[in-house]
Design a protein. Structure first.
Length: 268
């Protein structure tokens, strides 16, 4: 694509900075070498994607909706190719597992995903482990996605596409991770409660008492035979608790006074 047409596309989405244009042109050049095998990408759509990547890198705002419109791609195809090019060009920031989980709302799966990554690394020969970078989006995303499947946690569809890898590669890696995930979940369920259940917040004693009282309230009429309002079990429990507190306080005060008198007798 000639520079004049490239600049026209840039101006349509609001890019006038020569620095951003220069960076986008460099991405375009690299894409011919590194971004091979992309599906429905045309020269125009690739140029628009390179312009957006350059603008994003320099924190320059653009009209993204219009960029998709003039790219000639559907929104889904555009975002998929943008993520793929971002990954192939090495522009994607490597989010950690927890950051990724926060972004897609699946924090409960972080622990299992982390164990999956460790077991995956241990399963590889030592030579492969040396060159392995498990912080890359492909690995963190696949591990988190597989962990969610094993734990039956619903995930955002965008999680899988955020890896930037082809669907076939991503799916194969997820299948490998799921084998480790099944082992982890099975081991956890044999020694304790299932992972997902154990992560639920336990009810406090107060909450349990309230639930118990609510269950028994309906067994008693609101009024007794004398026409006076009956005391509900909840009120009885509260009154009994207040009485116990008072008795405990009186007992504590009595002991303090006894100890004080004994100490005074010893001193005299």
């Amino acid at each position: 694509m000639d520079k004049e047409l490239f600049r026209k596309l840039a101006s349509k989405i609001g890019i006038t900075s020569l620095k951003i244009l220069s960076q986008a042109e460099e991405y375009m050049r690299l894409s011919h070498l590194k971004c091979v095998g992309l599906g429905s990408v045309t020269a125009t759509s690739k140029a628009i994607i390179c312009l957006e990547l350059a603008a994003t890198a320099m924190k320059y705002p653009i009209d993204k909706e219009y960029a998709i419109k003039i790219s000639g791609l559907s929104a889904k195809a555009y975002h998929s190719n943008l993520k793929a090019m971002e990954c192939m060009l090495g522009l994607q920031s490597n989010l950690g597992l927890r950051d990724l989980a926060v972004q897609y709302g699946c924090l409960d799966a972080v622990n299992v995903a982390s164990q999956m990554l460790q077991r995956y690394e241990d399963s590889l020969p030592a030579a492969q482990q040396q060159d392995l970078d498990l912080t890359k989006p492909l690995f963190t995303t696949a591990a988190l996605h597989a962990a969610c499947k094993c734990m039956k946690i619903r995930t955002d569809r965008k999680l899988a596409s955020s890896s930037g890898a082809k669907k076939g590669i991503f799916d194969r890696l997820c299948t490998q991770f799921q084998k480790f995930g099944q082992e982890i979940c099975t081991e956890a369920s044999s020694t304790q409660e299932p992972i997902k259940t154990s992560q639920k917040r336990q009810k406090t004693l107060t909450e349990m008492l309230v639930i118990e009282d609510d269950d028994t309230d309906t067994c008693f009429p609101l009024n007794n035979n004398d026409g006076n309002q009956a005391t509900s079990p909840k009120q009885v429990r509260i009154e009994k608790t207040e009485e116990e507190v008072t008795q405990n306080y009186e007992e504590w005060k009595r002991k303090i006074l006894e100890n004080a008198l004994k100490a005074k007798a010893v001193d005299s």
